[in-house]
Design a protein around this ligand. Structure first.
Ligand code: ADP
Length: 531
């Protein structure tokens, strides 16, 4: 058909206006844009991306920029939010420019973000009171200890689905209120406002100090530990316990609806989707049926399983969280296994030890040896998250002998991600009583063949990677596109999913069991370090 249209246009240029009329009539009749795209802002832990997708979920263009990781002291991790907003605008311009598109070609924009990372800024000046405190930051460790004295680590779990940990936003807000001079007064008056990075970007995108909207979605709100999973509203009791003024919190919306209109670099584009990054990947992988799960290998590693409209409590160290809510449809929930350190261990080998120059070198180095040489790396840099939730654990390298060289350490670092995933998967199977038949994967680390093969060997089921691995950005695009009718329904989205690669298990059971045995022993050695 396109060849036919091209022939008509080149042979009969005078017919162009007639052709445009036909397109206009077609679009008015079907109520669907023919040539438009969806934009997606992916504000991640290491970088910010803007990706433009077409109706088949193909990537048309991308702009990407890394931002600084700020480590003021051991266990503290911060981001400069002015830098991130600047990068966001730049990558939008970059992606539009590369594809020669303008804002009128974009039917809607969705936002996905590193979750829990906490920023408080002044709504009159737009300036932050402090750097963003990143999800991996452990500075609130003492608060966790204090709060667990009354009611234990699960005192907020019934309402929020989450254990007390340094991970979630609530305690990070409390720390800011207690440590930044003048902040509490401004917060009580609603001048100092809180957001995760989704809220921060949407506020700036829709006008900032000139009428920017202050909202978040149910998935991001569910990671603050301040929202009741059943009512989907901020919980007054928890707010009172943590002494956080409600006036500083954003309005909670669904993950897919028109929130407002963008200004500036995306002028007039409807802002219509908002999902935390891991929930976005679940949507991007089209895991819409209860029981469907995905595992994302990025800075950390996150497995989410859709549990439908049921809130499923965990007895084996997983989190209960919101999966997504499209418009006024019922909310879907998920079980989640969060691993704090995965790809960031590769970055640590690169930046702190200097044994590789770039992330991809780890595979070349690891392949120079046949196995880990008896060496195990437990990357408990921020304590251990799922399934252990041990804030006092710290990283260790175990099993060192004079035989071990840097290649064994590189291999052990890769294997650590796969071992941690195995333990999360085991917890998920115990919680649900159902064995999975394959594992859908995505994220920056899945290009690593050695890791993916080792993962299949450990979990003993096929590991499946979709053709489009930018599932996080795609999920946010799907949420935005559904809200404006670019995609009609979930079946429309499912058609876009296709397999690029499958890794099949191929390891003797005795060898696998031995590896897992030593891994568990190494994990136990990392406990009870921090006092
Ligand atoms: P995020 O969205 O959390 O910022 P990404 O999905 O972009 O993360 O993945 C980036 C992570 O993947 C980085 O931590 C990087 O070290 C790791 N990574 C990138 N390429 C490779 C590779 N070839 N092998 C192993 N890890 C890699």
């Amino acid at each position: 058909m396109w060849l036919f249209l091209l022939t008509i246009l080149t042979s009969y240029p005078h017919k162009l206006s007639r052709f445009n009329d036909i397109l206009y009539l077609y679009e008015s009749f079907t109520q669907k844009p023919l040539f438009m795209y969806i934009g997606s802002i992916d504000q991640g832990t290491t970088s910010t991306r803007f990706i433009i997708f077409d109706k088949q979920g193909n990537q048309i263009s991308v702009g990407q920029k890394e931002h600084k990781q700020i480590y003021p002291q051991a266990g503290w991790v911060e981001h400069d939010t002015n830098e991130i907003w600047q990068n966001t605008q730049e990558v939008i311009g970059l992606a539009l420019g590369k594809a020669n598109l303008s804002t009128t070609d974009i039917a809607a924009v969705g936002i996905t973000n590193q979750r829990e990372t906490t920023v408080v800024w002044n709504k009159n000046t737009g300036q932050p009171y402090y750097n963003a405190i990143v999800w991996q930051d452990t500075r609130v460790g003492n608060m966790v200890v204090e709060l667990t004295k009354d009611g234990g680590v699960d005192r907020f779990r019934d309402k929020t689905g989450l254990p007390l940990a340094t991970y979630f936003s609530g305690l990070k807000i409390k720390w800011l209120l207690e440590n930044v001079e003048g902040l509490r007064e401004d917060a009580e008056q609603g001048i100092a406002i809180f957001g995760n990075m989704d809220t921060f970007i949407i506020w700036h995108l829709t006008g900032g100090t000139d009428g920017g909207i202050h909202i978040t979605d149910v998935t991001n709100a569910s990671r603050t530990q301040l929202m009741d999973l059943k009512t989907l509203a901020w919980d007054n009791d928890i707010l009172a316990t943590l002494n956080i003024p409600k006036a500083m919190l954003p309005t909670i919306k669904s993950s897919s609806e028109i929130y407002g209109e963008a200004r500036g670099v995306l002028a007039s584009v409807p802002v219509a989707g908002d999902l935390g990054d891991q929930q976005a990947a679940l949507v991007g992988q089209t895991c819409f049926a209860p029981g469907e799960a995905k595992n994302t290998y990025g800075t950390g590693c996150f497995m989410l399983k859709n549990t439908g409209t049921k809130i499923m409590p965990s007895k084996h160290g997983l989190l209960t969280t919101v999966a997504y809510q499209f418009g006024n449809q019922p909310v879907n929930y998920a079980l989640e296994g969060s691993v704090a350190i995965a790809g960031s261990l590769v970055q640590w080998l690169r930046d702190n030890l200097g044994i590789i120059k770039k992330s991809s070198d780890i595979e070349t180095l690891a392949k120079t040896v046949e196995d880990n040489g008896g060496c195990y790396v437990v990357p408990a840099f921020s304590g251990l998250y799922a399934p252990y939730w041990k804030a006092d654990a710290r990283g260790i390298i175990a099993g060192l002998t004079s035989y071990v060289n840097k290649a064994h350490i590189a291999r052990a670092a890769l294997e650590a991600t796969a071992f941690q995933t195995l333990e999360v998967l085991e917890a998920m199977e115990k919680d649900s009583g159902i064995k999975i038949s394959s594992l859908r994967v995505d994220g920056g680390m899945v290009v690593n063949q050695t890791l993916m093969q080792f993962q299949a060997d450990l979990v003993e089921v096929p590991v499946v990677c979709p053709a489009m691995i930018e599932t996080t950005a795609l999920g946010a695009a799907y949420a935005a596109g559904l809200a404006v009718g670019y995609w009609t329904d979930l079946d429309d989205l499912k058609q876009n999913w296709g397999i690029a690669h499958t890794w099949k298990p191929n390891m003797e059971e005795a060898k696998r069991d031995n590896l897992v045995h030593y891994w568990k022993k190494a994990v136990a050695r990392s406990f009870d370090w921090e006092e």
